[in-house]
Design a binder for this molecule. Sequence first.
Ligand code: SF4
Length: 738
Amino acid sequence: DLEAAHVEKWIKGVCRYCGAGCGVYVGVDKGKIVAVQGDKDNWNKGFLCVKGYYLPPILYAADRAKYPMLKKGDKFVRISWKEAMDLMTEKFADSIKKHGVHSVAFYGSGQAYTEESYFMNKLFKGGLGTNNIDGNPRLCMASAAVGYVSSFGKDEPMGAYDDIYHSDCFFIIGSNMAECHPVIFRLINERKQKGKDVKIIMVDPRKTLSARIADLHMSFIPGTDLVILHAMAHVIVKEGLYSKDYVNNHVVFKTIKDDKPAKVSFEEYVKFLEEYTPEMAEKISHCPKDDIIKAARWFAQSKATMSFWTMGLNQRTRGVWANNLVHNLHLLTGQICRPGATSFSLTGQPNACGGIRDTGLLSHLLPYGRLVANEKDRKDMEKFWGVPEGRIHPKPGPTAVDIFRAFNKGEIKCLWIACTNPGQSLPNVGPYRKGMESKDTFLVVSEAYHPTRTSELADLVLPAALWVEKDGTYGQSERRYQYLEKAVNPPAEARPDLDVMIEFSHKLFAKLGRADEAKRLFNFKNSEDVWNEIRQCSKGTAYDFMGMTRARLKKAHGIQWPCPTEDHPGTVRRYTSRYGDVLVKKFDPHATDVSFYGAKADGNKAAVWLRPYKGPAEPPDAEYPYILTTGRQIEHWHTGTMTLKVPELKRSAPDAFVEINPRDAQKLGIKSRDKVKITSRRGSIVLEAKVVDVPRDGLVFVPMHYPERLINLLTTDAYDAMSKQPEFKICAVKIEKA
Ligand code: SF4
């Protein structure tokens, strides 16, 4: 209640939750955040969703972690920071001395600040020489990143939210934007209200809130959307709706031959598409062929078409291919790189793009488009960081799920998890929880709350400052970097993660007999020092942050990269001179070699990929006849550690349920509020039924947010071979009345 709240000062920041990155002002009174309002001068024009409006209570939850806690027997006991840091550095140093650098690992987060992620990447890859560092964006957007790199040669969307104002056809696939990115969805809704002839195509096996404003809702059997996308391309080619000029000048066609990427001709692509008729697609996907034809025509013939997607495409064993096939449609039709025509992957976390994809905190990446598998990139970074040649290991390290597999086996002996909750969020979480609890390994968890489903398994819990209790930057989905000022102090002994990381690096290196090297490598006093090194590191790459000084970011309502000079306004759209950026006339040479993924975009041309249809890892069968899919509700975010602390949000969405459609419910003799047992090959859970005509026949949905209902005990940890992103969206289950 802005009228009622007494506010001493308003401080500019960014919402703590989704990758939309809404600008906010937080109202401070007597050292406390007492109010929040949307930033009217930012892209969100002052609007926030219900999660954003209820941000302040997350800081004052009763279970905030306030002191370092050490597990003794079954109990946690309070210890001092000195004891905590001594113990942690001793454990890590001992492990490195006895078992080598690959015996330790770090698991980070798309919620950490950019400066924190950059620092840890430097510490592990440049300082220690191990690539045992990955983060939770591997679970939500790795397929989108590999999709962009393999189709365009560079990661990150080329467009911006501003494209929504110029688009007259929205192709939304695998995204319930109305609940997951509500403020972006609001812009689409507004465009729909104002723009005559604006069309919305929604491709989703659930009739979600987002589907309510769709002109065309295409439902299908989960996992079969690849045939729908190919069938749309089939119609576009067959009806001559593709752009000959665009295809001739800006596109190459690619396939995999003998395990290597190989160019093929347009004619070969047309031949490849022959079998993917709308009839064939209907047979496999159960999406009506007339809908597929209509969608293809709207996509190609609209003045400007904009695609959005998120976890429905990414969290799949064919996630990269699905991403490629959406890009294919844009490239075939020339619906790309002009206002309103763009291919835009949405992001789940506030800093997954900035902190993880850009800084390179994934086990195969180096900062700003560089790769660990590329010799020139390694040499570049070794020189930049001032470490000896050969320090950066040439082999990509284990990815998210594999870090926890290695921890289970004892190959990784010390693991530090910061700002994320894998004890709830990993797929097939049961066995990984056992590994995290093991007495033979050492698990440190930096958390703002305790206990969580992860911190309860830790040996040592470090209390973390949260959101505006520390300063730093977030980079959201449209390449916009925003600065968050520190507004209030953290509770009791909680500290900003960056402070702890810097102290850890010096203490660890001292124990390894490398104190002088640490003084040189980790000589940062605050997050601004780290930000300044980040700007230098990005200089001359496709990212180029040189113009984004801290002073500018403090004043601006976000700046979009590339921004190479202090008088540069930032870049709303990339590749506007076709495939040369306005700034970077050719593809960045660093970004064209993506051999880690066995794919490579071609010089100045983008790639249309021939990706044959393959189904999910675990289709339903006679024993497990239903498909389980998981996702979000508008009130809650991720594992609920924050939003479930807000009374208003908890009251509105208090507990998990299983959504089942009336036809399936009748067959199974289930009514709303009955207790239902859902069983997969990995586990069971009992939930209340919600009989509602939202999921299609044969599909059930469970929200992912509730710590006391670990739905990930059931999901599969099978992952995409290229991106290593797990298939959270599809696994086979059976259902019975409990
Ligand atoms: Fe926060 Fe996302 Fe809601 Fe914006 S849309 S207020 S960033 S949760």
